[in-house]
Design a protein around this ligand. Sequence first.
Ligand code: HEM
Length: 179
Amino acid sequence: MKGVVFNYLAEMVEEGFGLEAWDSILQTTGLTGNYIASETYPDEELMTLVDAAHDKTGIDKKELIRSFGRFILPNFREQSPQFFEAHNDLKSFLLSVDRMIHIEVRKLHPDAALPEFDYDDELSSELTMYYTSPRKLCFLAEGLIDASAEHYKTKYELDHKECMHEGAERCTLHIRFLD
Ligand code: HEM
C-alpha cells in the first residue's frame, strides 16, 4: 500500500484518540510511522497497525476498517474532484470505480495496490459489486461506499452476501438504492 494510506490512518487515529494513542500504537508494533506518501510499503504493515489500533481502542476490527474507508473518501474527493463531478448518482459513480477511477490511478501509480470489482447492474435500483483482492479489504470498500452514498445523498442497504474472510473466492456486496 502507498504511504499516503498509512498517513490517513495516522490522521484518523490522531483525530479520534489523540497523538498519544498513535504513538503508543507505533511503539507496540515497533514501526516508525515515517511513511512517504508516494512510496510503497508492505500490505501486512497496515494489518499490523489495524490489529494494534483494535487492541488500543477496543473497536471491532471490521468497524475500524469501515471507519477508515469513510475517512479516506473525502480525502480522495478533495484530491480528485473530477471523479465525483463526472457522475450525478451513486450507482454510476460506483460503476466507475473499476471502469474508470482505478484505471486512472493505475496509470499514475503503476505499483498501486488496487482491488478488482466486477458488477451486476441489471436492475435499476440495485447494484452488485463483486470484490476480489489479496488484501481482503472488503470492509474498507464498505466504508468507501458508505461515504460515497453520503456524498450523493443516497439511502441504501448493503448486504455483504459472501465474504473472502469466510472462505469465499470473492466478496459479494449487494446494494439496494432506497431513494
Ligand atoms: C475518487 C475516488 C477513488 C480514488 C481516487 C481511489 C483511489 C485508490 C487508491 C490510491 C488506492 C490505494 C492504492 C495503494 O495504496 O497502493 C485505493 C485502494 C482501494 N480502493 Fe479506491 N479509490 C476511489 C474510490 C473507491 C471506492 C468508491 C471504492 C469502493 C467501492 C474503492 C475501493 C478501494 C479498495 C477496497 C482499496 C484497497 C485496496 C484493496 O482492496 O486491494 N475505491 N483506491
